[in-house]
Design a protein around this ligand. Structure first.
Ligand SMILES: Cc1ncc(COP(=O)(O)O)c(C=O)c1O
Length: 401
């Protein structure tokens, strides 16, 4: 994928030497966020746009979360917190592991971060030196590669196929490591953009293989809770050496609160703390206070999930009727990753036209897969099911024209 130009221009557009952006900043754009910007511009200009591009819940944060934030604001001072987070939130997160997975985690191993995005940067810096090699799945979440690129860490794409449920296996990791040693593996389940999930035995095998080969395993568990076929298991059930990344953004509907967490092996806690002291000082205080309430908001959040269940059912039924039959039937998360090669071999252009001609914002596959992405498009059903229904109708009409 082409990177964006970096040359600095001065008066009259003449190039200014020495004032260019750094080479490490030349990461690929995150296309979903570029479409997000364009869709927001069109909406603000009065166009009716159905937003199926972003992985962003349409529902607000749970009421008790918002009430806790309001109380904290009324109380006055919002200061820094301890770098690894307020003790109450770290304890609530530890309790969540006991309640949800029956896994015991010391609060001392939890670092509260600025979204999981902030957690990735800290984890990568704490675990890997420049030049290290980290395997990720293709298709996969684009920011992994972009953050790793910016840090001078090499990514090794493990290509997955719809026919194999888009799953990375322990055998694939072992093979890649045999060809050239890996330092880390970063996987997610449920996965963005495919909606695939690892079964417990697949996750267990990956944890065991990584431990045996001395490879760091990072498990992105941000879509836990959003599962439709079987519950998601945490990597901590199989390995105390795994690094878990999670966030309040998705199941808990708190994207803009920018609050997430890491669960770290003991020996990585202090390195992360030292890095976070300087890179962040602390995660947003108001969000930390509010997030303490999130785990108690299950009823409200399950109602939001019930709406995703409706949207998922509509998409799984209607897409094949439009001739879009090739997709994984979404075990979890809120995305359908559809092969659109019947209609185009340039999904970037396809998504642009779908937005401008039919008012449906989606994300082109190139964001997730540099090799095969031109044949694919991601539809997010994180918005209200009524909007998803309208998006489906518009897509069906547009494909007929
Ligand atoms: C797989 C995955 N991980 C991490 C993130 C980042 O989320 P946040 O920084 O809001 O926690 C996203 C966002 O879409 C994602 O899809």
């Amino acid at each position: 994928m082409a990177t964006e130009g970096q040359s600095a221009t001065g008066l009259m557009g003449v190039a200014v030497r020495g004032l260019e952006a750094s080479r490490r900043s030349a990461v690929a754009p995150f296309l979903a966020m570029d479409v997000f910007k364009e869709a927001a511009r069109l909406s603000a200009g009065g166009h009716s746009i159905i937003r199926m591009e972003a992985g962003e819940p349409g529902a607000p944060a749970p009421l008790r979360v918002r009430e806790a934030a309001m109380r904290a604001l009324q109380d006055g001072r919002i200061g820094y917190t301890q770098t690894l987070g307020i003790p109450l939130l770290r304890e609530a997160i530890a309790q969540h592991y006991r309640d949800t997975y029956g896994v015991s985690v010391e609060p001392a191993r939890i670092a509260v971060t600025t979204g999981s995005s902030g957690g990735f940067a800290l984890a990568f810096l704490a675990l890997f030196d420049a030049g290290a090699r980290v395997a990720i799945a293709a298709p996969g979440y684009p920011a992994y590669r972009n953050i790793l690129d910016a840090l001078g860490i090499e990514t090794v794409a493990l290509a997955t196929r719809a026919a194999d449920r888009f799953i990375v296996t322990a055998a694939m990791i072992e093979e890649a490591h045999r060809m050239r040693p890996l330092d880390g593996v970063l996987l997610m389940s449920p996965a963005n953009p495919t909606g695939t999930m690892m079964r417990d035995e697949e996750l267990a095998a990956i944890c065991a293989t990584c431990e045996r080969l001395g490879i760091r395993f990072i498990s992105d568990e941000i879509y836990h809770g959003l599962t439709y076929a079987w519950p998601a298991q945490t990597a901590l059930a199989f390995s105390q050496q795994a690094i878990v990344v999670n966030s309040f953004s998705k199941y808990y509907c708190m994207t803009g609160w920018r609050i997430g967490w890491l669960v770290l092996p003991e020996q990585i806690v202090r390195p992360v703390e030292r890095l976070a002291q300087s890179l962040a000082i602390s995660a947003p205080t108001l969000s930390q206070i509010a997030a303490c309430e999130a785990f108690a908001a299950r009823d409200e959040l399950e109602a939001v999930k019930a709406d995703y269940v409706k949207s998922r059912a509509m998409l799984l039924e209607e897409l094949p009727r439009m001739g879009l039959r090739d997709f994984h039937p979404v075990d979890g998360a809120f995305y359908v990753y559809v092969n659109v090669s019947r209609f185009t071999n340039d999904s970037m252009d396809f998504c642009k036209r779908l937005l401008s001609e039919a008012g449906v914002a989606t994300t082109p596959g190139a964001d997730f897969d540099r090799e095969q992405g031109a044949h694919a498009m991601r539809l997010s059903f994180a918005g209200a099911s009524t909007d998803v229904g309208e998006g489906i109708s518009r897509l069906a009409r547009w494909l007929k024209t």
